[in-house]
Design a protein around this ligand. Structure first.
Ligand code: C5P
Length: 403
């Protein structure tokens, strides 16, 4: 799945912590995402992992010593610094953090870090007492003030046996930080994009709800695509099994009414809203305070009332409105009439009867319809790529001044 990692030059600076082996997994994930991954290993790191492990995964030479005459990068000691789109120190020891804070350049990694103009991300991994030490804390503070991004450390069991703050953050979190950092100056920077996701839950009583099979995947993918292009992305989501994407602001809701309030609030200063959520059309008139007993009768009915149409009710001419039409028949005709009746700029028509498209899949096949009668039939693609396509069409429609 191509993301904003594709084609980027990412340098991993691996330093001497037992968590080094996790950097191999990260290098693998970045390489799979089609990034060009250069690895610089410190001497300390070489005690834990071999350069060969990284070279085998990245298919690129690994730099271990600035004075290695064999290395093309060693001859030009700032080559890595110049070619990198981002440098990630992973794992970062207290010692390397201290050297960075002081501006020392006694090995290939610290030389590169001193010479680079690229954004720098530091993912510390160390014993909790070392991280808590006032010296480390002061160094971290200094680096943050200089614009370095810290990812973690996380809390948990450490190699020393201590439980505390010092664990390397997991790869998915770090990938999110890298993507957010790379997207910072993207073409949607300065734009606020609100995305809804998931199926709403309409309470019957404290234990029962009316809901649907929406997985939330489409909305999460759109929010990630917006973040990867520098937008300030807000995800108004019902509970889903998906992890909260890094760099996306999450607003958690359950019912259609909750979602309406959150969307109305977030859209006051937004440039665009994409309603990917499957909002219930009906909700129980009232939710019982106590669990409803089975009782003796074989029949039970729930009185339902219509939920408000969230996207149709949004006021403000400057907001670009995008809806979804999940249909099982007369796809285009139904989508077209919703585009008009809901006052949308774009509608994404989605045939939910196809096995490789719609609910719970990682792919989707959609047709994008616009107000002028334009219709764009997209082939089967990842939901992320559908998100990219939607944002490409939203971009020329922005009506608000950039933030
Ligand atoms: O009318 P229908 O539910 O098919 O419309 C789908 C589009 O309208 C989706 O974008 C959905 O998120 C949005 N919607 C809404 N409020 C509702 C129902 C649907 O905003 N109550």
């Amino acid at each position: 799945m191509p993301t904003n990692l594709e084609g980027k030059h990412i340098t991993l600076g691996v330093t001497g912590s037992i968590a080094c082996y996790k950097a191999i997994d990260l290098a693998s994930k970045l390489t799979q995402a089609k990034a060009n991954v250069d690895v610089a290993l410190t001497r300390g790191a070489e005690n834990f992992v071999s350069p060969l492990a990284f070279a085998a995964i990245t298919h690129r030479p690994v730099v271990t010593d600035v004075f290695d005459p064999q290395s093309e990068l060693s001859i030009d000691h700032v080559a890595l610094a110049e070619r990198s789109d981002v440098i990630v120190v992973v794992p970062a020891t207290a010692h390397t953090i201290a050297k960075m804070a002081q501006g020392l350049a006694d090995d290939v990694l610290t030389t590169t870090l001193l010479a680079t103009q690229a954004p720098v991300i530091v993912a510390p991994a160390m014993d909790a007492h070392m991280f808590d030490h006032p010296a480390t804390q002061a160094n971290v503070k200094m680096l943050v003030e200089r614009g370095v991004t810290f990812a973690g450390p996380a809390s948990g069991r450490l190699a020393s046996g201590l439980i505390g703050k010092g664990r390397l953050v997991e790869a998915p979190e770090l990938l999110g930080v890298i993507r957010t950092t790379l997207g910072r100056d993207g073409d949607l920077a300065g734009r606020k994009i609100v995305v809804s996701a998931g199926g709403t839950e309409e309470a019957i009583d404290p234990v029962r709800v009316i809901t649907n099979h929406s997985s939330g995947k489409m909305g999460y993918a759109i929010a990630e695509a917006a973040r990867d292009r520098g937008a300030s992305a807000v995800l108004v989501s019902t509970p889903t099994a998906l992890p909260a994407p890094h760099g996306v602001r999450m607003v958690k809701v359950r019912s259609a009414l909750d979602m309406r309030d959150a969307i109305n609030h977030e859209c006051q200063d937004a440039d665009a809203v994409v309603m990917a959520a499957a909002v219930a059309d009906w909700r129980p008139v009232s939710a019982a305070d106590q669990k409803i007993k089975k009782g003796a009768s074989n029949e039970w009915s729930i009185e339902l009332t219509k939920t408000p149409d969230i996207i149709a009710g949004l006021i403000g001419d400057s907001l670009v409105k995008v809806g979804f039409a999940a249909e099982s028949q007369d796809l285009i005709a139904n989508a077209q009439s919703k585009l008009v009746s809901k006052g949308l700029d774009l509608i994404i028509a989605n045939d939910i009867t196809a096995v490789d498209a719609g609910f719970a899949t990682d792919t989707n096949r959609v047709t994008i319809l616009d107000r002028e009668g334009g219709s764009d039939d997209l082939p089967l693609m990842s939901k992320y790529d559908v998100g990219v396509n939607i944002l490409d069409r939203v971009k020329p429609l922005f009506r608000r001044e950039k933030l």
